[in-house]
Design a protein around this ligand. Structure first.
Ligand SMILES: Cc1cc2nc3c(=O)[nH]c(=O)nc-3n(C[C@H](O)[C@H](O)[C@H](O)COP(=O)(O)OP(=O)(O)OC[C@H]3O[C@@H](n4cnc5c(N)ncnc54)[C@H](O)[C@@H]3O)c2cc1C
Length: 388
């Protein structure tokens, strides 16, 4: 074994959006760290697209927000339809400035921008092609073994942060439970060249046959998300085109597609998120339904909170257990709130037997003063304080 035997204050496992952002926060806080990431580059495709104002405020703190704004599309309002009939619109323009919009940017572009910002500040912070195999906790430190280019290495740190996603190795090796459930809801989605008149606006269609969502993307593209009756393994362009056409009469047949996929949805929370010297953050700690676009943003909020907590804990405090326990309570509370908000979105998009009541409810949600509350909910305001 070729041992690097480096020692850090923190080891981050996983250089996805959350691990990269946590690295930037630790850099700012002058905490020594390394990020171990098994991939050679950000995963292609565009899973997440929504960056919420709360996250743009975090990026502003680090002085990295301008490149995101440069590359993304500002969604300042969304239009709600019941089948093809427009019920109203929800505007984010009255939300706190300057980030009174949701920024649409495909996840791989987000990760690339975070990586560029990080490596500019610390070129040695991110180790790619570094796959972690084992972690071992000792009383005063943690030890991590990883493989890079066929060689095994060992690094040590005071704390280990698992930002390694839904199937987290850190969570499994630490015997931390991941509790929750699978929802019955399933979706297909695809990115197509733009052929609507919505411009930079979003559109939500509550159809008798199930929800359709449509979001602008950079480079004159648009994301279509369609609720399906069952999970579809091998989604075809033709199916998405025909579902959209049959439900809302919009034809995508002349549009080019760049991505197609299907997904089921779960709610899962790790118990505990902090175990001795191991801390889980982002999807490793919680899974929220993508309907509402909160998962990655929730991970960034975790990371920001954790950077503050680690700064205190590493500063020789006598209250480290209390600080990390309080951190855990806040993150669990935020994850539960995000789950509730996502459930509200999913319920609105299900097939229903009482369309009249849904139409009345949606109209009410789009009317002041309730519309302001809805704008806050859809932009993740108050996620740590109040449930839906
Ligand atoms: C269809 C869809 C749409 C979504 N839309 C949105 C949205 O609009 N807004 C939003 O906020 N969220 C959205 N999400 C959720 C978002 O994609 C996730 O919450 C986000 O990717 C979580 O980031 P993460 O860094 O915690 O985990 P990941 O993105 O999963 O990153 C984990 C990283 O860890 C690495 N890794 C794993 N194991 C190891 C190991 N053993 N050694 C080294 N490295 C390892 C992986 O290679 C990966 O790079 C969406 C999700 C889906 C599926």
């Amino acid at each position: 074994m070729n041992s690097l035997s480096e020692t850090y204050q923190v080891i981050i496992i996983g250089g996805g959006p959350v691990g990269l952002y946590l690295g930037l926060c630790l850099e700012q806080a002058d905490i020594s760290y390394i990020i171990l990431e098994k991939r050679s580059a950000p995963r292609p495709g565009s899973r997440s697209l929504g960056i919420h104002p709360v996250s743009l405020e975090l990026f502003k703190e680090l002085d990295i927000v301008s490149n995101f704004i440069r590359d993304g599309i500002k969604i300042q309002q969304g239009h709600a339809f019941v089948n093809t009939k427009k019920i109203g619109s929800l505007s984010f323009k009255s939300c706190p400035k300057p980030y009174n919009f949701i920024l649409a940017l495909p996840q791989h572009q987000t990760e690339t921008l975070l990586e560029q910002a990080l490596t500019k500040r610390n070129p040695n912070a991110l180790l790619r092609n570094a796959e972690v195999n084992t972690i071992t906790e000792h009383s005063q430190h943690v030890e991590v073994n990883f493989e890079q280019n066929g060689k095994m290495h060992t690094v040590r740190a005071k704390y280990l942060v698992g930002c390694d996603g839904k199937n987290s190795l850190v969570r499994r090796q630490s015997n931390i439970a991941f509790k929750g459930q699978q929802y019955p809801d399933t979706y297909i989605m695809g990115d197509f060249t733009e052929n609507t008149h919505f411009g930079s606006d979003a559109a939500i269609f509550l159809c008798d046959e199930g929800l359709i969502e449509s979001f602008p993307l950079p480079n004159n593209h648009r994301r279509w998300v369609v609720k399906t009756d069952n999970y579809i393994d091998d989604v075809s362009k033709d199916q998405l085109i025909s579902d959209v056409f049959n439900r809302i009469g919009h034809s995508l047949s002349d549009a080019q597609h760049t991505m197609l996929s299907s997904f089921g949805v779960q709610k899962l929370i790790a118990y505990p998120m902090v175990k001795n010297r191991t801390i889980l953050v982002g999807d490793a700690a919680h899974i929220v339904s993508p309907i509402g676009g909160q998962g990655m943003n929730l991970g960034w909020l975790d990371a920001r909170d954790l950077a503050d907590a680690l700064l205190q804990v590493l500063g020789n405090t006598f209250q480290k257990h209390t600080i990390l326990n309080q951190y855990q309570k806040r993150r669990e509370h935020a994850a539960k709130n995000a789950i509730q908000r996502a459930e509200m979105n999913m319920k609105l998009g299900r097939k229903i037997t009482t369309p009249f009541f849904r139409k009345q409810l949606v109209s009410l949600m789009l009317t002041p003063p309730i519309s302001q509350l809805m704008a806050n909910i859809f932009t993740m305001r108050g996620i740590e304080r109040w449930p839906v």
